[in-house]
Each structure stands twice: as structure tokens, then as C-alpha cells.
Ligand binder design. Structure first.
Ligand code: PAF
Length: 281
């Protein structure tokens, strides 16, 4: 695996990979890698793409400076994991490389960007759009791989790529879970032992949503989630919504033809965890 830190070197290496034939697959990450990230690398390699991963903790997508400061970083271990997974190139730029000038671009995602994560993390998706467009421009991949855990991010990136006419296929990959159901996330390593024990309740709630959908009104499901999470002494609900999969519009009644996801954000102490499930009707 080749380690690269400048856009110029990256583009040279990608040109050389392209000259050998085959497609370029891109796995953007902020490091602190876990099996979820590695499943994206695996999906990329299984498609037969040359796999280019990036590790960059993007400051512009953090609306909370403490969250940015505490975000786990372990580049040495990340590189070992990527190498073992068969990744070909890892791009680890400095902040100055990605932002030689402050990025003043403003991206507009309409309603899709103003609900859920967009509502609770103002500016977050603008920062995501800033960095992914810079990375897409640098890598010029044929396909980019994103996890479905960040369900809203995936929807927004698909919209962005369509609107900006990037010749890039966005591949969404399934959530990878711990044996107790907790969705894998770099933030899980920040959980205290007791919060880690409580965290699987989040997925248990989503499974309960699945079993209740169709048998009781949405409002009752919302009340059930709110009371289950908030009655737990270590957890705090930020939001729970059942939304249309494609528009992210919140629904108050279930229409069987309408593909839906149930999305949740919960604070386990100071650590914010998100999860979602596709609702099967
Ligand atoms: O999902 C992430 O890890 C980040 O939001 C991404 C897409 C790498 C952009 O910084």
C-alpha cells in the first residue's frame, strides 16, 4: 500500500493505476477505522476496483469544537488495517493541503439538509460537501463507497453528485454491527464501560419499531422510543423519525408503497450515536 499526503502525488499515482486498466474505487474516511470502514474497502476490492482510501478528520464538518478535539485518531493502526484489507493507496493530507484557503462555498440541500442531522448539527453537511467535493476532485474515482449508518449523509452525497454531474457512482454499503447490535462507529471507543453497555438499547429500539410499524400509529411508536430512551438513566434522545427513504420527509402515517427508514440520534453521556434501519413492510 502506498501512503500519499499531497494531491499532486495522489493524482500521479492514480494516473499510473488507471494506465494499468481497471476502475478506481474511493473510500473516504476520518480514520479511527473499524470493521464498518473495512467492509467498504472489501466491497471496493470485490468490485475489482483499485482501492484508494483517505484519512482526514475534516474540521469544517464539526459544529462542536470539543467533538473535533476528542475525535479518535490512530493513523498508524488505520494504515495497518487498510493494508491488511488490500487497499492500494491511502491518502492522508494535512489540513493545509485540503484547505490552503478557507472554504467559503455554501451548499444548499433544501429540506433534505435541514432535518435530523442537519437540524441538530448546523453546518455539518456543508462541511461534508466541502470536503467530499475536494476529495472527489482530487481522486477522480469511478465509484465511491459510503456506509448506510450515515443514512442522511449518503442521501445528501447522492444528491450532490447528481446535481454537480460528477461522473461517479455512489455505492451505499450495509451497516456493520457489534454482536450485541450496536452499529459500529469510531465514536464507540469514546464510550465509558457503562455507556457502552447501555448503547445496544438504541438498536433494540429500532428493532421494536420494525415490529410495531403497521400495528400501531406512528405517533405511538415515537412516544414509545422517547420514553424507552429517556427513561434510561444513561441515555438521552436527540431525535427519532420515520422518514421516506428517498426524500427524508418525516411521515406520520405508513403507506405500504413508500420505502421508509427509522432514524435515531442518542446521547450516551457526551457521546452522540446515530443509527437507522430500513423498515420492511
Ligand atoms: O463519513 C465520514 O466519515 C465523513 O463524513 C466523510 C464522508 C469521510 C467526510 O469527511
Amino acid at each position: 500500500m502506498i501512503r500519499i499526503s499531497t494531491i499532486q502525488d495522489l493524482q500521479q499515482e492514480i494516473a499510473s493505476l488507471r494506465s494499468r486498466g481497471g476502475k478506481i474505487g474511493f473510500v473516504p474516511t476520518m480514520g479511527a477505522l473499524h470493521e464498518g470502514h473495512l467492509s467498504l474497502v472489501e466491497a471496493c476490492i470485490q468490485k475489482g476496483d483499485h482501492c484508494v482510501a483517505s484519512i482526514f478528520v475534516n474540521p469544517t464538518q464539526f459544529n462542536d469544537p470539543n467533538d473535533l478535539r476528542n475525535y479518535p485518531r490512530n493513523p498508524q493502526r488505520d494504515c495497518e488495517l487498510l493494508e491488511r484489507s488490500g487497499c492500494h493507496v491511502v491518502f492522508m493530507p494535512s489540513e493545509a493541503e485540503m484547505y490552503p484557503e478557507p472554504d467559503t462555498r455554501k451548499f444548499e440541500f433544501g429540506e433534505m439538509g435541514s432535518v435530523m442531522e442537519g437540524k441538530h448539527r448546523p453546518g455539518h453537511f456543508n462541511g461534508v460537501a466541502q470536503i467530499v467535493t475536494k476529495l472527489f476532485d482530487a481522486v477522480q474515482a469511478d465509484r465511491a463507497y459510503f456506509g448506510q449508518k450515515d443514512f442522511q449523509q449518503l442521501a445528501i452525497i447522492k444528491t450532490l453528485v447528481a446535481e454537480l454531474h460528477y461522473p461517479l457512482e455512489i455505492v451505499g454499503c450495509p451497516i456493520i454491527r457489534e454482536p450485541d447490535g450496536l452499529a459500529m462507529s469510531s465514536r464507540n471507543q469514546l464510550l465509558s464501560e457503562e455507556h457502552r453497555k447501555a448503547a445496544p438499547i438504541i438498536y433494540q429500539c429500532l428493532q421494536e419499531v420494525q415490529s410495531r410499524v403497521g400495528t400501531c400509529p406512528v405517533v405511538e411508536i415515537e412516544q414509545y422510543i422517547e420514553s424507552t430512551i429517556n427513561n434510561h438513566p444513561l441515555l438521552n434522545l436527540e431525535y427519532f423519525q420515520i422518514v421516506e427513504r428517498n426524500t427524508l420527509r418525516q411521515v406520520s402515517t405508513i403507506i405500504p408503497e413508500n420505502p421508509l427508514n427509522a432514524c435515531i440520534a442518542v446521547f450516551a453521556g457526551k457521546v452522540r450515536l446515530i443509527d437507522n434501519v430500513e423498515i420492511i413492510l
